[in-house]
Design a protein. Structure first.
Lengths: 333, 240
């Protein structure tokens, strides 16, 4: 559906994006990952038709986005990092206004409005002035303006930045629902979040695409297996056992449930079955063997050679973000 | 249609906020004082002369209204980053410029309507022709139109409303005062500067109730020129 070919963009003589190519299919949620200045926002703006590439092209259903920007903008929804909102308008008036700018009649926009309000969780705020809304609700209004015209491609630049954990959880549900029938492209600084929301990741570094694939694909490039092992037993004994075990390349103790000990362990190869057997032979009660959540940070470091962006572990409020997504709803096409 | 949407949004913003009313109220106050002191004062005058003076003071008030109302047209969108609402929609630069122009002119017309009681008093208490009133207001409309176009152009050039109002003020003043150059230059520059001046040559005929085609063409040309420049500026910035 979306074909990006050798996309290059210069700001003056400074290259912001260099020969980036990828494809996006309908129903896919793609995450753009990169440090500040990696070229994420530039790429998204070009895809949205608001910035022209210096070289290369973006086509949507075979039509060049830059050449047919006015025609294709009614099929694209773009939410920049800071939602562009008219603070003096009510939520309803603003969403309908954007729908009409996108080419809908007033009747069409009003007919679709309840669905969009429901999807974005803006019930009860319809007649509130946008300027009086909280940051989280402003983001929701931003999403609403992005999807009011039922676009085929939704582009969200840092959609969860500045949101609290509860809002992030709700926003994740909103994004997943958008991805049911559309192509969705998102960029995010929150590393673990992007892996939870996206089907495929594209890693950008200094304007270049350095990797793309699912989290599993990218992790497999690391060359060794990393697991999180939780056992019942003494922490000191377990740590000492890991330190001297030949299958274990390195280990790091992490937080564990009561009466248990846990560690992130790197193995030379996929020796998980052998390790499990030996853990039990050593007298530790094996409780859990799982992929650690921050694999993606390793991937990022490996491909960019720089520090990883924030993970949800760095957020100030602790909350279980991996559970309880909002109930699945669909957007009518 | 797209221009009408943009115009309607901007007009709503003027009419639901404090800003538009504040400017109109302030200028009506100044206009009222000037009408009393300058148009009605100074001894017995013929009604036509009073009306002439009313249009003279109104010209400056209308220019100020268009100048102050147009400063936010594009600069505010850029300042608050809401220009992306327009740039991510199938809306071209002409739609934006025309929409902004219609909104500013809507407010200028509202201001002009609010001044109607003053010529109405002259009509009631004196003897003036309706044609004089219509031509005078037509001139005010054209003067407001040219000032609004200059203001919108300035607003398209800068990032903040403060810079927009300074720049457009400088441009309007320069264009209004260019006739001074006519007195210190030789032909054909004398004629060029005389014809180019925003006020001196082109507004007095309207004040006196005489509508000349060349004056109408002048104001339409200035309006079109500055709106085209604004459109070009938007186009350049969009792809930067």
């Amino acid at each position: 559906m979306i074909q990006v070919s050798n996309l290059t963009r210069y700001y003056g003589s400074l290259p912001a994006l260099r020969n980036v190519s990828f494809e996006v299919q309908r129903g896919e949620i793609i995450g753009l990952l990169g440090l500040n200045g990696a070229g994420k926002s530039t790429a998204l703006k070009i895809l949205a038709g608001v910035l022209a590439p210096s070289n290369g092209s973006v086509s949507m259903n075979g039509q060049n986005v830059t050449d047919n920007a006015d025609k294709l903008k009614s099929k694209i929804g773009f939410l920049p990092e800071e939602p562009p909102l008219y603070r003096d308008m009510t939520v309803t008036a603003f969403i309908v206004h954007v729908g009409r700018l996108k080419g809908m009649t007033r009747q069409q926009a009003l007919a679709r409005l309840p669905e969009v309000i429901r999807i974005t969780g803006l019930q009860g705020r319809e007649n509130q002035l946008i300027g009086t809304l909280s940051h989280g609700y402003k983001k929701r209004v931003g999403i609403a303006m992005t999807v009011i015209h039922d676009p085929e491609l939704v582009i969200l630049d840092e959609p969860i930045s500045g949101l609290d954990p509860k809002q992030i959880k709700e926003m994740r549900g909103v994004i997943r629902r958008l991805g049911d029938k559309r192509a969705v492209l998102i960029s995010s600084h929150i590393l673990s979040e992007i892996s939870k929301t996206c089907d495929r990741l594209i890693v950008l570094d200094q304007g270049k695409m350095v990797a793309q694939g699912s989290q599993e694909d990218l992790t497999s490039h690391l060359g060794n297996t990393q697991i999180k092992l939780t056992v019942r037993g003494n922490k000191g004994d377990f740590t000492a056992w890991l330190d001297r075990h030949p299958l274990v390349k390195s280990s790091k103790a992490v937080e564990a449930p009561e009466d248990c000990t846990a560690a992130i362990i790197k193995l030379d190869g996929d020796e998980r079955e052998a390790l499990a057997k030996e853990v039990m032979n050593a007298g530790f009660g094996l409780r859990l063997m799982e992929d650690p959540e921050y694999d993606l940070e390793e991937v990022f470091l490996r491909f960019t050679g720089g520090p990883a962006p924030l993970s949800t572990n760095d957020l100030p409020v602790s909350a279980d973000l991996s559970e309880a997504d909002a109930p699945t709803e669909e957007i009518n096409s | 249609m797209k221009s009408a949407l943009i115009a309607w949004r901007d007009l709503s913003a003027y009419l639901t906020g404090f800003y538009g009313y504040a400017i109109i109220a302030l200028l009506l106050l100044i206009q009222g004082v000037l009408f009393q002191a300058f148009a009605l004062g100074g001894g017995a005058l013929e009604s036509a002369e009073v009306l002439n003076r009313f249009f003279l003071t109104s010209t400056w008030a209308t220019g100020f209204a268009a100048w102050l109302l147009s400063m936010r047209a594009i600069a505010e969108e850029r300042q608050t980053r809401t220009e992306l609402v327009l740039h991510t929609s199938p809306v071209n630069d002409w739609h934006i410029i025309i929409g902004k122009y219609i909104a500013v002119m809507g407010m200028v017309i509202l201001f002009l309507v609010c001044t109607l009681h003053m010529p109405a008093m002259i009509l009631v208490h004196g003897k003036v022709s309706m044609g004089h009133v219509v031509v005078g207001y037509t001139g005010l409309f054209f003067y407001g139109s040219a000032s609004a176009a200059i203001g919108i152009f300035a607003s398209s050039l800068v990032r903040t409303q403060v810079f927009a109002v300074i720049l457009s003020g400088a441009l309007i003043a320069m264009l209004a005062l260019v006739f001074w150059l006519a007195s210190v230059t030789e032909p054909p520059f004398t004629q060029v500067f005389e014809y180019g001046a925003l006020y001196n040559k082109h507004m007095p005929p309207f004040h006196e109730g005489r509508m000349g085609l060349k004056h109408v063409i002048y104001f339409i040309t200035v309006t079109g020129l500055f709106l085209t420049l604004a459109q070009n500026t938007l186009n350049q910035r969009r792809w930067q």
